[in-house]
Design a protein around this ligand. Structure first.
Ligand SMILES: Nc1ncnc2c1ncn2[C@@H]1O[C@H](COP(=O)(O)OP(=O)(O)OP(=O)(O)O)[C@@H](O)[C@H]1O
Ligand SMILES: [Mg+2]
Length: 263
């Protein structure tokens, strides 16, 4: 934990933590996945400034915002990466706290972060990349189940992972997360640099994963595509939540899109 004195006490009032200001947060069922009043820093730079949101089981949430709004930093903070440093905030997944865990422990409890650079391991084939994900317990989807969802990966299972096309590498990155026993999939710009036809294919896959019960948070510059896929949306601006509601509301609200997404 970083130096507590970095926190502005004004950001920790009860009003700030009051979920009632967010729309469409079910008051009855406890949220499956929740981020509560998260504050995080890179060194002295205060980047994640009190982010809260909830996601219900099997839901797809689009986490949107302009360049530099703090989307990647929020995902990294949630997944308990070393940077940014969380100074305050809670993360709960399926009734278990993650904010007091190390990143590998959060991963064991079902956190599946697929970073923007996809992190395919050099020198390993597609299949070896998947097998490596299954070395540690708890193991998730079998190779057969993964290959059924991603026939392209089956065709290329003996090919070195880093020589795959961008779309195939994204599929491998998602498949590798599923090879672990994940409960929530955090995707950072999965459509980046991909042709629309490949985006279609990945979107179809994400819908199938959703039907199978996985909860997903998708960060995307291609906000329209993400909103069409997602059930709900959270929009960030300078590290704070400025909208929390239905994805369809954002699609219908041109003023909101212009102000915070520039689309
Ligand atoms: N490692 C770092 N050290 C210092 N500042 C950083 C670091 N990474 C990001 N930042 C800063 O934090 C702010 C939020 O960055 P972040 O990458 O979270 O934004 P983003 O919403 O993901 O943007 P983009 O859409 O461009 O990916 C930016 O001002 C960025 O310059
Ligand atoms: Mg980013």
């Amino acid at each position: 934990m970083a130096d507590e004195k970095l926190i502005d006490p004004a950001d920790h009032t009860r009003e700030k933590r009051d979920f009632s200001k967010f729309q469409n947060v079910a008051a009855t069922a406890p949220a499956y996945f929740s981020v509560w009043d998260m504050h995080a820093y890179y060194g002295e730079s205060y980047i994640v400034q009190g982010v809260s949101f909830t996601v219900h089981e099997g839901e797809i949430l689009a986490l949107l915002g302009r360049n530099g709004a703090g989307k990647t930093s929020t995902l990294r903070a949630i997944a308990r990466m070393d940077d940014p440093v969380i100074t305050h905030g809670e993360v709960w997944l399926d009734h278990k706290s993650l904010h007091d865990k190390k990143s590998y422990e959060a991963a064991q409890l079902g956190m599946g972060l697929v970073p923007e650079d996809r992190c395919i391991i050099q020198g390993l084939t597609v299949e070896e990349n998947l097998q490596l994900a299954q070395i540690a317990e708890p193991v998730g989807w079998s190779l057969d189940r993964i290959y059924e969802l991603f026939p392209r990966l089956k065709e290329r299972r003996k090919q070195e992972g880093t020589t795959l096309s961008g779309g195939e590498q994204q599929m491998l990155a998602i498949a590798r997360a599923l090879a672990r026993d994940i409960k929530v999939l955090l995707l950072d710009e999965p459509y980046e640099g991909l042709a629309p036809v490949i985006v279609d294919e990945i979107e179809k896959t994400l819908n199938i994963i959703k039907e199978q019960g996985i909860t997903t948070v998708i960060v995307e510059q291609n906000a329209v595509r993400a909103l069409e896929l997602a059930d709900r949306a959270v929009i960030l601006d300078t590290g704070t939540v400025v909208f929390d509601g239905l994805a369809s509301e954002v699609l219908e609200n041109e003023a909101l899109r212009m102000e915070y997404l520039a689309i």
